[in-house]
Ligand binder design. Structure first.
Ligand SMILES: N[C@@H](CCC(=O)N[C@@H](CS)C(=O)NCC(=O)O)C(=O)O
Length: 208
């Protein structure tokens, strides 16, 4: 299996999942600016031009990070990173995955692209402020739901934590301060100290 990734992007989430599952995997870095990678034109691998993309054992490419993580867990028929099929908890974990994908991940995107998208500095700042406010409201919700639990689903680390950690780590690049939510900062520290998370971050060159 090979994961096409770009350092620190949402591709970190399935990378963490592969490391948590102790899978044998290869990695290939993608330059998102010119859509190239060691294999050549990245558009030929994923027409969407985005990471993550997973080359599965059968040679097909699977995209959409939230689904890649589910696919990986199901390869191992593993019942902890994602609760077993048919259980109520599985739907609760998937509820988090969808929320992170649509309400967290994609509300960060304008904060990264405002400079490219709008010529005027004033508009850039207006757009950024709108999305910072949206994210702040979402962070209030996450902090409330997390409470004093170690992880989103309680005591058990799941694929939702891999994805949440990945997105919340972007706060430091966009001028959002997680220190306003003490349980979120301790959550980030807890997740960052997991050996598999450290392994994935090292493999992406994010830490030494
Ligand atoms: N719907 C995709 C979106 C993935 C996505 O937004 N990837 C970003 C990095 S976090 C990316 O590759 N952006 C560059 C681009 O789309 O051109 C998913 O959830 O996996």
């Amino acid at each position: 299996m090979k994961l096409f990734f770009s350092t620190g992007t949402c591709a970190l989430a399935p990378h963490i999942v592969m490391a948590e599952l102790n899978m044998v995997y290869e990695l290939e870095a993608v330059n998102l600016k010119d859509k190239t990678c060691a294999s050549g034109d990245f558009y030929k691998i994923n027409m969407k031009g985005s990471v993550p993309a997973l080359k599965m054992e059968n040679g097909e490419i699977l995209t959409e990070g939230a689904i890649i993580s589910q696919y990986l867990v199901d390869q191992k028929n593993e019942g902890t990173l994602l609760p077993k099929f048919g259980t109520n908890d599985r739907f609760r974990a998937l509820e988090w995955m969808n929320f992170i994908s649509t309400d967290i991940h994609k509300n960060f995107s304008p904060l990264f692209s405002a400079e490219r998208s709008y010529a005027s500095l004033e508009t850039q700042n207006e757009v950024k402020n709108v999305y910072k406010k949206i994210l702040t409201d979402k962070f209030n919700f996450i902090a409330e739901k997390l409470g004093q639990n170690d992880y989103l689903m309680g005591n058990q680390f799941t694929i939702a934590d891999a994805y949440m950690f990945t997105c919340l780590a972007w706060t430091k690049y966009v001028g959002l301060d997680l220190n306003n939510w003490s349980n979120l900062t301790s959550y980030m520290k807890r997740v960052s100290e997991r050996p598999a998370v450290m392994r994935a971050m090292k493999e992406q060159g994010m830490i030494k």
